[in-house]
Design a protein around this ligand. Structure first.
Ligand SMILES: [Cu+2]
Length: 285
């Protein structure tokens, strides 16, 4: 791909702007572009976006360049005389063929990207994500782990107008939850997205996609996270009065750390079951 040699095309732009006297830091703060993300999915989306943007910029420069050149070079005051011909099969074939070839050229990488995005096959694990007003439920289908994830308490307190707490003093204000979604790096994770009441959308920009969570439907997507880290997102479908208060936090752990987390979660559920078992036994008598 055109830009794939350069990991970050904005860096090129920043270098160019530095030569023009615009501080690079100011460029970084712009934050106009997509994030490159941390998955093959997000990187493909980013590269495709930059490629198509590049094609659009080249077309724009050529077309507007020709227009402005023609206006200037062939102006009446310069003694220009309009040409008298019309109907040219050669020109008509050319201006049909050139856009056609450009479109085909763009469709090839776009189709590759689309096929890659839809391919949830060969996944190592499955997580079912269910949206509710206004929280997320995560179910690790193979592990039997499931829990809710809701807005962190300090954010929830600070968002009340009469709380007296300055939201600026709350770290990751409105982007923190009580229970993070924990996943391993390097594994292909299949996400099944649905909802229990109204339409929500599960969106973590670093993963490269946004998937509608629709009651009665299951939408599929996938992620294979490269780097351990914490990635934040939000519900991206207006779902009621607290739509802005159901963020998403994904913790990507190394395989060992993830295995330890799974073991801890499983033993916690077993303890919970064991402690309620005698009660159940008594109740049955
Ligand atoms: Cu929602």
């Amino acid at each position: 791909m055109m830009f794939s040699k350069h990991k970050n095309p904005w860096r090129l732009l920043a270098t160019a702007s530095a030569l023009l006297g615009v501080p690079a830091a100011a460029m970084a703060d712009w934050g106009l572009n997509l994030t490159r993300g941390v998955t093959p999915y997000s990187e493909t989306v980013y590269d495709l976006h930059m490629l198509i943007l590049g094609v659009c910029v080249v077309i724009g420069v050529v077309v507007f360049g020709l227009i402005f050149y023609s206006i200037f070079a062939f102006r009446k005051s310069n003694g220009a005389k309009p040409a008298q011909w019309h109907e040219s099969t050669k020109v008509e074939v050319l201006w049909t063929l050139v856009p056609f070839l450009i479109l085909i050229g763009m469709a090839v990488p776009a189709t590759h990207a689309l096929i890659m995005m839809e391919n949830t096959g060969g996944s190592d694990m499955t997580i079912k994500v269910t949206g509710y007003q206004w929280k997320w439920h995560y179910q690790y289908v193979d592990e039997g782990i499931n829990y809710f994830s809701t807005l962190a308490n300090d954010s929830n307190v600070a968002r009340q107008l009469d709380s007296g707490v300055d939201p600026k003093s709350v770290p990751n204000y409105l982007l923190e939850v009580d229970n993070h979604l924990v996943v391993p790096v390097g594994k292909k994770i299949r996400f099944l997205t649905t909802a229990g009441d109204v339409i929500h959308a599960w969106w973590v920009p670093a993963l490269g996609w946004k998937r509608d969570a629709i009651p009665g439907y299951i939408n599929e997507s996938w992620a294979q996270i490269k780097e351990p880290g914490t990635y934040r997102g939000q519900c991206a479908e207006l779902c009621g009065k607290d739509h802005g208060f159901m963020p998403i936090v994904v913790d990507a752990l190394s395989e060992q750390d993830y295995a330890a987390w799974v073991a801890k979660m499983k033993s916690a559920t077993q303890h919970a079951e064991a402690s309620t078992a005698p009660v159940a036994a008594v109740a049955e008598k």
